[in-house]
Design a protein around this ligand. Structure first.
Ligand code: LFR
Length: 495
C-alpha cells in the first residue's frame, strides 16, 4: 500500500488528503480542511501565506497523530496565476497578492499598451485577462518597483509552498502556463516578454516538468513535526491540471469541467489552439500533467453564489445548502439572465446588489428573493457553458457527447442538472475531490506506481462513484438560450 499526502489549496478552502493506493484501487481520506480566503488590507487583497503554511503543518500533525506513518511523498496544488517573491536569503518578501485585487485592471491596461492581445495570445497561448500573473507584475512594477528590485526569486503559489517545505526553488510547468509569461512552444519563460515589462529575468525560478522530485522535507520541518523526511514532489501544481488528470473521461468526445470557485470547461488537446477565433472567444491553452494542453474557458463558477451567501450571512439571514436547493426549486424559471463572466462580478462589495443592478441595466425583471437570485445565477452559468461547449466544438472539430464534471461544485445538483439541460449533453458528475485525486495521481506517476493518465483515469473510474444527469426540457432551454445569447452580445467580457 502506497500512501501519499496531497495538499489541495483552493481559493475558498484548503485541505490535506491522504491517498492510499493498493495497486488497483485508490482511496482518499480527508485529514484536515481549513478556510482560505483573500485578506483585504488597506486597499489590497492578499493571501495569508503564513496562515496557509501553518494550517498545512497542522494537517501533517493530525495525520501523524492518526497513525498515518510511512508516507511516500507529498505534493501541493493550488489555484493559478498568483505568486510569492523571495529575497536572496530565501525570506518571503511581502504578502502574495490575490488575483482578486483590483490592481490587475490597471495591470491589463499597462500590458496592452506594450503588447497587443494577438501577440500576447500568440506567445503564451493564454487568454489576455486581468487575473494573469503578467498583469499583476505590470501593476506592481508601476506602483512599487522596489519590490521587484529586491526580489531574488518568483515562485508560483504551489511552488512557493513546496519551497517552504523543501527549500528547493522551481516553478512547475502546469502552473507556469497560467502566468502568460511562458512561451507555449518553447515551454520556458519568454525572455523577450520579460524584457518588455522589465521583469528581472533572474527572478523566474526555472520551469520543471510535472512529477519532478524536488527533494526531502527540510530537517527543521522534520524535527518540528516529528516526521521522517518525505520527498516533496512538484506534481501538477495547478489544481485544474490535477482535476483533468483525475476525471474519468472516456474519449476525446468528453469535455472536462472542474467546478469550484471557478468553473473550467475544456478538452485535452495535443497542440495549443491559437487562432483568431479562440482568442476572440476567450479560450486559453494551459499545460496538462502529461505534457499536452488544455484548451479551456476560464468561466465564472460558484463564486457568484458564495459571494451572495456572504451578503446574506452578514445580514443575519444566511442559508444552508439544503435551503439553497429548496429556494432554487421554488423560484420561477427563466426570469432574467446575466453574463456571469462580466468584470463587474470579479469582486464586487455586494454581489446580490450587483446582480440586481445588472438585471435592471439590461431591462429585465430584477430578482428579489434568494431563490430568484440563485436561479438567475445557476441558469446563466449553465447557459454560458452551452455557449462554451458549442465554440469548443467549432475550434476542435469534435462533437462533445459527455461532460465530466468534478470538484466541490458538483454537490450542487441543480448546477449539474441545469448544465445537462442547457447543453443537452449527458453529464457525468464525480468525483468531488478531483483535484486532490489528480494531485495524488501526479505523485503516483512520479513514483512509478502508475504509467500514464489513461491508466489513472480507469483507476479513478473503478475506485470512485459518479452520478449521471440526463438532459431534460430541451424546448424551454432552447428558448432560454436564445434570450441569453442576445443578452451576452451586449457586454464587455474579459474572462
Ligand atoms: C481554479 C483556478 C483556475 C484559475 C483560477 C485563478 O481554481 O486555478 O484555473 O484560472 O483558479 O487562478
Amino acid at each position: 500500500m502506497k500512501k501519499v499526502w496531497a495538499f489541495d489549496l483552493g481559493a475558498s478552502n484548503g485541505r490535506l488528503m491522504l491517498s492510499k493506493f493498493s495497486g488497483d484501487h485508490l482511496e482518499i481520506e480527508e485529514v484536515h480542511r481549513f478556510k482560505n480566503e483573500p485578506v483585504f488590507l488597506t486597499s489590497h487583497y492578499y493571501w495569508d501565506i503564513l496562515k496557509i503554511f501553518d494550517e498545512m503543518k497542522t494537517g501533517i500533525l493530525k495525520s501523524v497523530k492518526q497513525g498515518h506513518g510511512d508516507i511516500s511523498s507529498v505534493a501541493v496544488d493550488t489555484w493559478g496565476v498568483d505568486f510569492g517573491l523571495l529575497t536572496k536569503q530565501g525570506e518571503i518578501l511581502g504578502n502574495p497578492f490575490s488575483y482578486r485585487d483590483s490592481q490587475t485592471f490597471r495591470g491589463i491596461n499597462l500590458v496592452l499598451q506594450k503588447l497587443s492581445a494577438n501577440e500576447w495570445f500568440g506567445i503564451s497561448g493564454v487568454e489576455p485577462a486581468p487575473i494573469n500573473t503578467i498583469c499583476q507584475l505590470a501593476a506592481i512594477q508601476e506602483r512599487n518597483p522596489e519590490l521587484l528590485e529586491q526580489a531574488n526569486s518568483l515562485l508560483l503559489t504551489p511552488n512557493l509552498v513546496s519551497y517552504l517545505f523543501s527549500g528547493v526553488k522551481a516553478n512547475e510547468f502546469t502552473i507556469s502556463t497560467t502566468t502568460s509569461m511562458l512561451n507555449i512552444e518553447q515551454r520556458t519563460w519568454d525572455e523577450e516578454l520579460l524584457d518588455t515589462f522589465q521583469i528581472p529575468k533572474g527572478i523566474m525560478a526555472p520551469v520543471v516538468e510535472p512529477g519532478t522530485v524536488l527533494g526531502p522535507t527540510l530537517e527543521s520541518i522534520n524535527q518540528e513535526l516529528n516526521i521522517n523526511p518525505v520527498p516533496v514532489i512538484a506534481g501538477a501544481g495547478h489544481d485544474t491540471a490535477c482535476a483533468l488528470a483525475a476525471l474519468p473521461l472516456k474519449d476525446d468526445h468528453s469535455a472536462f469541467m472542474s467546478c469550484g470557485t471557478w468553473i473550467l470547461l475544456g478538452v485535452q488537446v495535443k497542440e495549443p489552439v491559437i487562432t483568431k477565433q479562440s482568442l476572440e472567444w476567450g479560450f486559453t491553452n494551459e499545460g496538462t500533467m502529461d505534457g499536452d494542453y488544455r484548451l479551456l474557458k476560464n468561466s465564472m463558477g460558484l463564486w457568484l453564489i458564495q459571494q451572495c451567501k456572504k451578503v446574506w450571512e452578514k445580514e443575519g439571514s444566511g442559508i444552508s445548502y439544503t435551503e439553497e436547493a429548496a429556494f432554487v426549486k421554488e423560484a420561477k424559471p427563466f426570469q432574467s439572465f446575466i453574463n456571469p463572466d462580466l468584470d463587474v462580478f470579479l469582486n464586487p462589495i455586494d454581489m446580490v446588489k450587483k446582480i440586481q443592478n445588472v438585471c435592471q441595466e439590461t431591462h429585465q425583471s430584477v430578482p428579489e428573493t434568494k431563490g430568484e437570485i440563485l436561479r438567475v445565477i445557476l441558469e446563466s452559468l449553465a447557459l454560458k457553458y452551452r455557449w462554451v461547449i458549442e465554440r469548443m466544438e467549432q475550434l476542435t472539430g469534435k462533437r462533445i457527447h459527455v461532460i465530466n464534471m468534478g470538484g466541490g461544485g458538483i454537490q450542487n445538483e441543480w448546477l449539474c442538472q441545469f448544465t445537462a439541460n442547457a447543453t443537452q449533453r449527458q453529464v457525468v458528475a464525480g468525483p468531488i475531490e478531483v483535484s486532490s485525486i489528480g494531485n495524488s495521481i501526479g505523485q503516483l506517476l512520479a513514483l512509478g506506481e502508475i504509467n500514464n493518465l489513461a491508466e489513472a483515469r480507469s483507476l479513478v473510474a473503478s475506485s470512485f462513484t459518479t452520478t449521471t444527469y440526463e438532459p431534460e426540457n430541451p424546448g424551454e432551454w432552447q428558448q432560454a438560450y436564445e434570450r441569453f445569447t442576445d443578452l451576452i452580445k451586449q457586454g464587455r467580457n474579459h474572462l
